[in-house]
Design a protein around this ligand. Sequence first.
Ligand SMILES: C[S@@+](CC[C@H](N)C(=O)[O-])C[C@H]1O[C@@H](n2cnc3c(N)ncnc32)[C@H](O)[C@@H]1O
Length: 450
Amino acid sequence: MKRKDIIEFEIDKMEFGGTSVSTYEGKEIHMKGGITGQKVKAVVKKARSKKLDVKMIELLEKSDLETNKTCKHFGECGGCSMLSVPYEKQLQIKEKQVMDLFLSQDIFGFQFMGIEKSPQDTKYRNKMEYTFGDEKKDGPLTLGLHKKGRHIDIMTVDDCFLVDDDFIKVLTSTVKYFDEKKLPYYKTVNHKGYLRNLVVRKGINTNELMVNIVTSSQEDFDMSEYKDLLLSLDINSKIVSILHTINDGLADAVNCDELKVLYGRDYLNEEVLGLKFKVSPFSFFQTNTKGAEKLYSIAREFIGEHKDKVVFDLYSGTGTIGQVMASSAKKVYGIEIVEEAVKVANENAKLNNLSNCEFIAGDVSKTVKNLKTKPDLIIVDPPRPGVHKDAIKDICGFEAKEIVYISCNPKTLVLDLVEFMNFGYKVEKVKCMDMFPNTPHVETVVKLVR
Ligand SMILES: C[S@@+](CC[C@H](N)C(=O)[O-])C[C@H]1O[C@@H](n2cnc3c(N)ncnc32)[C@H](O)[C@@H]1O
């Protein structure tokens, strides 16, 4: 077996993160994508003595698991790879994948409390970041998501099941408008062009909508007609914010060199478990609001009574978790690296009449050791790469009785847990919360005790 060979096989097992493992002529096959039971044709990318890395080129036969209705983009779009599998089955698959990851690190002897489903399994997202481009070279302007496995081809996702109809109306009217204006989209290969992204955010519990058009500074285009077009749309949400972000950064990410408010304010309001939150354009906010309410409730349930306790909320974003805990804590200290999010977190605490919260800007691995108060409870909710090793050492140095780890990546979670266990902590309870139906992702909440 060598590179570029074509093979056909049946997928044995899906692994966490959207990869699959199968066997072929005694070798273990690793592939991105795939659903257990599918028959596929694939090309060998890397051949080793016992392992093959392959790339799917054709789906030959669907799996028996695939009985769900899918959107028209399914299979081509890089988004919801599990949409064809019924939701209950998706939950079972994710629960098993997380358990397998714990066992792979020899972590057992804890109470496993299963998986909670998302309150909505479609139309649950409150934020979409769309990219301008084309679907084929020099074709008409498109705006949407990357095609599966492609860095440059963009498809207009006007039948997407992840968002409500208002997102789709904003998306389709935006692409039509800018296509008529014949403005060039920004090409990441040569950094030339104007139109970069469209970011739509919604306050699910407030019905407020924010539209942020992101361009380079390479044209001097008047956005007032576009703003009026958005305000004239027949949509259910209330547009409270239309923004124009200038981004000349070379990275393929939404960064801000200059922010212009075209209409309304530069934030939207959202409500979570009865608390009010200002959501600013570039701060993290859980993308499934109704799911976040369940996630934070699980964390609260794990913590139990925490009256008069000092709580650290590390990786605090806009301060949601800290504030959910604050009403029955003595003091909450949050640490977050994005300054804009910290500013908003402190404003949010004031808005919620919480005088016992203090959010501080900084990198947890450098800043947490500077906190002088001894915490009773530490909550960590890091990004996908997990908690930095230096930070784990500093966090454990506080000798808090309890740590609650909220993770969006069980692969890094289990590795971090091993470190926490080396510092004298024990995993007491674990519960998964599906914040991302139809995708391979899942959130996990872990309670550690000293
Ligand atoms: C998964 S989010 C959690 C946010 C918040 N707890 C919530 O539920 O909305 C992770 C947060 O960590 C922040 N972050 C990433 N690296 C960091 C670091 N080294 N130090 C502090 N914060 C960091 C990100 O900006 C992001 O807001």
